[in-house]
Design a protein around this ligand. Sequence first.
Ligand SMILES: [Zn+2]
Length: 277
Amino acid sequence: MLMVSSGAGWNEQLVDAMFLPFEAQRINGIPICITSQADCVLWLKCRTESYSVRSGYQLLCEAGSTGAPSGSTEEGVKKFWKSIWRIKVPDKVKVFLWQACSSALPTKAGLHKRKIVDDNLCDQCLVEVEDEVHAIWSCDCVRDVWEAPFAATRTKNTRMNSMCDMVYFIAEETRELEKFAMVAWAVWQRRNKLRLKEDITPIHKVYKLALSLLTEFQQKKSNPTGQRQSRPNRWLSPQPNSVKFNFDGAFFNDLNEAGVGVVVRDERGEVRDIREF
Ligand SMILES: [Zn+2]
């Protein structure tokens, strides 16, 4: 039971064991009503008291300060989170960066704290504890991902205590937070695929692939009209009992290489296979 049976409060020890530190801190801070009455669900960020995505997004922007480095002023913290939400990358990458900076990614260290896995060691190097910074940046097994301008920054071997430190540092050193976010996201996706024993992008191609996705995204953003004229607005599912192949390609002039990605989906739109060549 997450609440003590007398209704006197949270079972803080259990909450601490089951949730990440920032989640546990918030849960334990929720006051519990001491009188007996029926429960109801309210969302106080809307006048209608019903949840809306818009209000949820605003709340995330406001509450994002939880995982920020200690010692920062409130103004500095707000600026930090705004700088993350303003970067021109896909929304899923912003959410990823927010999760990473809030210690909310399911790293081995986080899962171990919650007693979900037996050890906290990185599955790739098998030597160090896998927290966000290790998985994305400092693990020797992802060293070859980080090309210029990040390679020089990485060789400085500056000690990063958290992803917030990391983001501050990268923004300061390279002014390339969008590239960093995109590549970090690609590294994390690759790490997840490795854990699931799925096909992965070769390590030396991760950086180029991530940057080509970023370029494609930013071009679409800057020319949305052209996009609508040249392509259909909506993906259409294939006939029942059949699958649909969607593919796209990219050229990397500096490498004299080209890449093709293929996604196979069934009639419900569910991804059946993904291949990169
Ligand atoms: Zn490692």
